[in-house]
Design a protein around this ligand. Structure first.
Ligand SMILES: Cc1cc2nc3c(=O)[nH]c(=O)nc-3n(C[C@H](O)[C@H](O)[C@H](O)COP(=O)(O)OP(=O)(O)OC[C@H]3O[C@@H](n4cnc5c(N)ncnc54)[C@H](O)[C@@H]3O)c2cc1C
Length: 460
């Protein structure tokens, strides 16, 4: 039995890391990848494949890595996923494919995500150009170029239809571009995977807001046979506590977008951002961790992560929590912010918080946090970043009254087909589920694409 230990990925040294937005993880060498691949037990029942929402043939591609057959490995992954370099970096593998890896029963699972990233990076370095697929006269529109829209476009273009991809921002990629910082997901990695789709024939139209620049009705009259809405959940939530309007309070969305898309970290950038010295980030998900680590890189001496539950309940990826702790982020757990306190100029100077105690599990299965009003804590900070969640932007729903949405603003779709309440208009990703994960958005895009292709080809 192959029993050597999981191959650790090399990282940037700590003294460099907190000064730069360069990627922290450095990837595997060929030898490391082949060694890690050789740990795969090639189980008959392949639980990892079921653990992957888009069903990548994981043992299949890992076998190819073991034999140093990168092209074949890439083809296997690409049959199910158009974003392998992205997913290899940001998927929560520890709760998906790696969680069910048989090796995890007695030790460390195979590093599936690291191997996926290795294959995508190696393949890209070897080949730059991909063949364009001949277009047909059937036209399909995609609204939003995040993982859901990209995954949908990938499958539909492969079927030979024309795909027009409308994006509100000047840069495609959705959260991959404007949300996740470069030290976790370098922007050239996102660009090259989007570029691959464009080379395959997807027609990208940026700076077009559907619901404003063009209406859904316009797309109908433009003759699209089907429309896919993948507009995400980019509207930040706030807590409605005193002080949220003070100078120095950001939503994580705005904070990260300014950094990622407008290079606010660069002192020559025209779009500045406040560089707090003592920063509080409110929340415990990936977004909060990204904002906290970005604030540290912008020069903050103290960064508090204020989270109302405990370490066990923290929803962010394990690796990000580890990296944040290594980088000196101070976790204020079981702590709920009650008020943001300002100075005489209307600028943040402190937060007042209350201790929390964990009660019985709530509907999410996590223990419910209950306030202990007797224990109040005040932390002096000069910047507060709210990262307590987001909801879908209502613009697209307001554009079309028959497009049904839940009370949380999520689009209602048929669970089997991902079709909305309007025939041949489909939706998927965060706009349907509320903020979730890259791979689940991709899965929704694939599901809708399959139905669209079958419908158009007259198979159903
Ligand atoms: C900071 C941050 C970190 C995250 N980290 C992780 C992680 O590590 N791992 C993970 O799996 N998930 C992570 N997530 C969640 C993940 O990124 C999302 O679940 C995923 O991107 C959702 O994909 P989507 O395609 O549904 O939407 P999005 O990625 O939000 O893309 C939607 C796109 O639609 C565009 N759009 C919106 N409205 C319109 C309109 N009216 N017209 C035209 N275009 C429009 C938007 O500009 C955007 O480009 C993170 C999220 C954030 C914010």
């Amino acid at each position: 039995m192959k029993n050597h230990e999981r191959t650790v990925m090399r990282m940037q040294p700590m003294h460099i890391r907190t000064q730069t937005f360069e990627e922290v993880n450095l990837g595997y060498s060929k030898e490391e990848a082949m060694q890690e691949a050789s740990r795969c037990l090639d189980c008959k029942h392949q639980p990892c494949v079921n653990g992957c929402p888009v069903g990548i043939d994981i043992p299949g591609f890992i076998k190819m890595v073991e034999q140093d057959r990168i092209d074949e490995a890439y083809r296997i992954i690409e049959a199910s996923s158009c974003l392998p370099a992205v997913c290899g970096r940001v998927c929560p593998q520890e709760t998906q494919c790696e969680a069910v890896c048989v090796r995890a029963i007695k030790g460390e699972p195979v590093a599936i995500g690291h191997l996926e990233r290795y294959v995508a990076d190696q393949y890209y370095m070897k080949h730059h150009n991909v063949e364009s697929i001949k277009q047909k006269s059937i036209k399909v529109a995609v609204i939003g170029s995040g993982p859901a829209g990209l995954s949908f476009a990938h499958d539909v273009i492969k079927a030979g239809f024309q795909v027009d991809l409308y994006e509100a921002l000047h840069t495609p990629g959705g959260v991959l571009s404007y949300g996740i910082p470069a030290f976790r997901l370098p922007k050239d990695v996102v660009k090259r995977e989007v570029d691959t789709l464009i080379e395959q024939g997807v027609h990208l139209l940026t700076d077009v807001i559907i619901g404003k620049t063009l209406m859904l009705e316009d797309l109908h009259t433009m003759g699209y046979h089907a429309i896919f809405i993948g507009t995400g959940a980019g509207l930040p939530k706030f807590m409605n506590i005193p002080g949220e309007m003070l100078n120095g309070v950001y939503s994580a969305n705005e904070f990260l977008t300014r950094i990622n898309l407008m290079k606010a970290y660069d002192s020559t950038s025209e779009t500045p951002i406040k560089r707090g010295k003592r920063v509080a980030v409110i929340g415990g998900g990936n977004v909060a961790l990204d904002a906290a680590r970005a604030a540290r890189r912008l020069g903050a001496d103290i960064v508090y992560l204020v989270y109302r539950r405990g370490m066990q309940e923290i929803p962010a990826r394990h690796e990000e929590v580890e990296h944040a702790l290594e980088e000196g982020i101070i976790f204020k757990l079981l702590t709920q912010v009650k008020e943001i306190i300002g100075d005489e100029n209307g600028t943040v100077k402190a937060i007042s918080c209350c201790e929390m105690i964990l009660g019985e599990p709530d509907a999410s299965g996590r223990r419910r946090p209950i306030e202990n009003p007797k224990k109040i804590m005040v932390f002096n900070v000069d910047e507060v970043i709210m990262a307590i969640g987001t909801t879908p932007n209502p613009m697209i729903i307001q554009d079309h009254q028959t497009l049904q949405a839940t009370s949380h603003g999520c689009l209602v779709v048929n669970q089997e087909t991902n079709e909305t309440t309007i025939p041949m208009i489909f939706a998927g990703g965060d706009v349907v589920t509320g903020s979730a994960t890259v791979i689940l958005a991709m899965e929704a895009g694939r599901k809708a694409a399959k139905v669209v292709i079958e419908r158009i080809q007259g198979l159903t």
